[in-house]
Design a protein around this ligand. Structure first.
Ligand code: PLP
Length: 363
């Protein structure tokens, strides 16, 4: 049986009629960028997360860099960010000329809240948390640290649509929650897309200005903005997916439970869930000291896997200028050397999962 790490086609065919109907509706409307679908999606997504405002954007990276731009964070400022993250989180900071200050992760792959304070200097302006692989960070501690030190709090929720900490949704704890709707995300479109959520009316209206060349009124440009508009087709298709997000998330949780119960192999460490947090299982990430052997073993059985992520940002060529080297962040580097995402997608069948479990148990 051939099993790919992800199957976006399954997510399409399940709601094929609804997607096709919406696509035709938008195509025939004659209005394609920033319109009724975007406005409605923004209202629906804000309501879903429990925030007051949502602003649709062109990508998750745009959400991040525009968030820091609007908060006035740039050259000379430091932003604390998990060392164990996808590189886009860090780019959101450095595009603005600010300096990323890396914090090691805890046992749940997320920023270690107990190691934040030691990194705060008089230049620190903000903390960027990343709810990696779909699991919420320790927001109780992080929110109180930000209040204590008067720091801005931005959340990278590109992998955590719908994940909660103490029953409150990720994206609603800080000043700005940043989302991506890239096709493989838990709420995915059929192209690029992103959004921010916030309870701050001023931030939302600034974001609306920035996303459209810095203009509120056509041809009157207040600031040097960006072209980061969500299009009507994506917004309409995202509205279709959003209608089903609960069942999609429940399905991923059932798959995660299946792995938790089924995988019995002392060479494999299963992902843990933090008390008071939950995960929407963007990825199911196991750890194995003999990772390459495991990958080969699974490949031989036509099971695909992905490493999220093999090179941590501080060791990437892009951030060579920061001057870090191997050994700078040992916990992060150990994760990079041992993590493996096994197949996890909406539409995965019981037979497929049983096949993967059996192959892992035979390793
Ligand atoms: C996908 C992702 C992003 C970037 O989103 P894009 O829409 O691809 O720009 C940022 N942060 C994390 C953690 C991501 O997984």
């Amino acid at each position: 049986m051939k099993i790919m790490p992800n199957r976006l086609d399954r997510g399409f065919f399940r709601y094929q009629k609804e997607f096709e109907q919406k696509a035709l509706e938008v195509l025939r409307s004659g209005w394609y960028v920033l319109g009724q679908e975007v406005e409605t999606f923004e209202r629906e997504f804000a309501a879903y997360t429990g925030s007051e405002h949502c602003v649709g954007l062109a990508s998750g990276l745009d959400a991040l860099w525009l968030a820091f731009r609007i908060l006035g964070i740039g050259a000379g400022d430091e932003v604390l960010v998990p060392a164990n993250t996808y590189i886009a989180s860090v780019m959101g900071i450095t595009i603005n000329g600010a300096t990323p200050v890396f914090v090691e992760p805890d046992g749940y792959f997320n920023i270690d809240a107990d190691r934040i304070e030691e990194k705060i200097t008089d230049k620190t302006r903000a903390v960027l948390v990343v709810h990696l692989y779909g699991q919420a960070c320790n927001m109780e501690k992080i929110v109180s640290l930000c209040q204590k030190h008067d720091l801005r709090l931005v959340e990278d929720c590109a992998q955590s649509h719908g994940a909660c900490f103490q029953g409150k949704m990720t994206g609603t704890f800080g000043d700005i929650g940043c989302f991506s709707f890239y096709p493989s995300k838990n709420l995915g479109g059929f192209g690029d897309g992103g959004a921010i959520v916030t309870n701050d009316e001023a931030i939302a209206s600034e974001m609306r200005i920035y996303r459209n060349y810095g203009s509120e009124k056509r041809y009157y440009n207040k600031v040097v903005g960006a072209n980061s508009r969500l299009d009507e087709l994506q917004a309409g298709l995202l509205r279709v997916r959003l209608r089903h997000i609960k069942e999609l998330t429940d399905e991923r949780r059932a798959l995660a439970a299946g792995y938790r119960e089924g995988i019995r192999n002392p060479a494999i460490r299963l992902p843990q869930v933090r008390p008071h947090a939950d995960s929407v299982w963007h990825q199911y990430v196991i750890q194995c000291e003999q990772r390459q052997e495991l990958i080969d073993h699974l490949n031989a059985r036509e099971i695909g896997t992905i490493i999220h992520y093999p090179i941590p940002p501080h060791l990437s060529e892009a951030y060579g200028y920061l001057g870090y080297s191997r050994g700078s962040f040992p916990v992060t580097e150990h994760y990079a050397d041992t993590v493996l995402s096994i197949p996890m997608y909406n539409g995965m069948t019981e037979e497929e999962q049983a096949y993967v479990i059996e192959a892992i148990n035979h390793f």
